[in-house]
Design a protein. Structure first.
Length: 317
């Protein structure tokens, strides 16, 4: 029973760990997706404000454009040296080295171009510096409003031309880049382990209590009753024809006790009939163990020889 409960406990904890890890990964992805939604909405508000204010596009106002603002916000959210969720806005054409895609992001871009209906991707990779990472990637498609600055080469503002190469040649609906949300696996494991250990202590206490209660119930309702059956069996084998068992309840052990009592009644009836037959025929039964020179006499032998029943049964009696 203890082994079965231990195996069950370990199986439950393994499932808990897997389920907890899955839930936390999904939770982190939802948090990252929510963050990206807020940032894109903020960028769209910035774009509309610039358009309504008719601000001239220059090096100072370039950072207010949605894609540029998002990149700067992503950089501001990043804390060097800490294992935390990081947001990047990357493009193949960026002159900024920190905005250029890595191998995972390039692979995602190729996937989005081949399958434009895909809204997002989840990838994993090992980074030599940050360790294992989950990537949550979403495509950035070129909108019609972007062609004002990135359409014909003649229309490209100087501020755009100085920051991007190439700055023109885009078309509506083309893939511009991706938003890449990096989720360190170490951070997920930390959350999983913290929650798992809290639950493990409480579950261990519950299982320990169940083990104690189960052991007590097993002792009272099974083991003790089996021991009584064993004692009755030994008594009947030793010649106590009056040995009987108490029938408690209506379970399998009670059925076994009932069967034992029926067997004992049959043996007692057979023995009584044998005694009656010996008395009528005035004969007795005896056995002798040649090794110990001890034997067993039936009651009729003692009566015929007129020997007290307490006398030892042997060849010299």
């Amino acid at each position: 029973m203890g082994l079965a409960m231990s195996i069950g406990f370990l199986a439950i904890q393994a499932y808990r760990y897997y389920a907890s890890r899955t839930d936390i990964v999904e939770s982190v992805i939802i948090e990252a997706h929510t963050l990206w939604t807020v940032l894109t909405a903020t960028g769209e508000v910035y774009r509309q404000l610039i358009q309504d204010a008719e601000l001239p596009l220059s090096d100072k106002t370039l950072g207010l454009l949605p894609i540029h603002a998002l990149a700067r916000l992503a950089e501001a959210l990043r804390v060097p040296g800490q294992a935390q969720v990081q947001l990047r806005v990357v493009s193949r054409d960026s002159r900024h080295s920190d905005r250029r895609p890595d191998a995972v992001e390039l692979d995602a871009m190729a996937h989005f171009e081949k399958h434009p209906e895909t809204p997002e991707l989840l990838r994993s990779s090992n980074d030599p510096a940050a360790g294992r990472l989950y990537y949550h990637l979403q495509p950035i498609w070129t909108e019609t409003s972007c062609l004002v600055c990135h359409g014909s080469p003649e229309d490209v503002p100087a501020a755009i031309a100085r920051s991007f190469a190439p700055a023109s040649g885009y078309s509506a609906g083309a893939l511009h880049g991706v938003t890449s949300i990096k989720i360190p696996v170490a951070d997920i494991e930390r959350r999983v382990n913290a929650g798992f250990m809290r639950g493990l202590v409480s579950h261990a206490l519950v299982f320990f209590a169940l083990f104690i209660v189960g052991g007590i119930l097993l002792q009272v309702f099974v083991i003790a009753r089996v021991r009584r059956i064993r004692a009755g069996t030994l008594a009947l084998a030793a010649g106590d024809s009056a040995a009987r068992l108490a029938v408690e309840g209506r379970d399998e052990i009670s059925d076994l006790a009932t069967s034992f009592n029926r067997m004992a009644d049959s043996i007692a009836l057979r023995d009584q009939r044998l005694k009656n037959a010996q008395a009528d025929a005035q004969i007795g039964l005896w056995t002798l163990d040649a090794r110990t020179m001890s034997g067993h006499w039936s009651e009729e032998v003692y009566r015929l020889l007129d020997i007290p029943p307490a006398a030892p049964a042997g060849p010299h009696t």
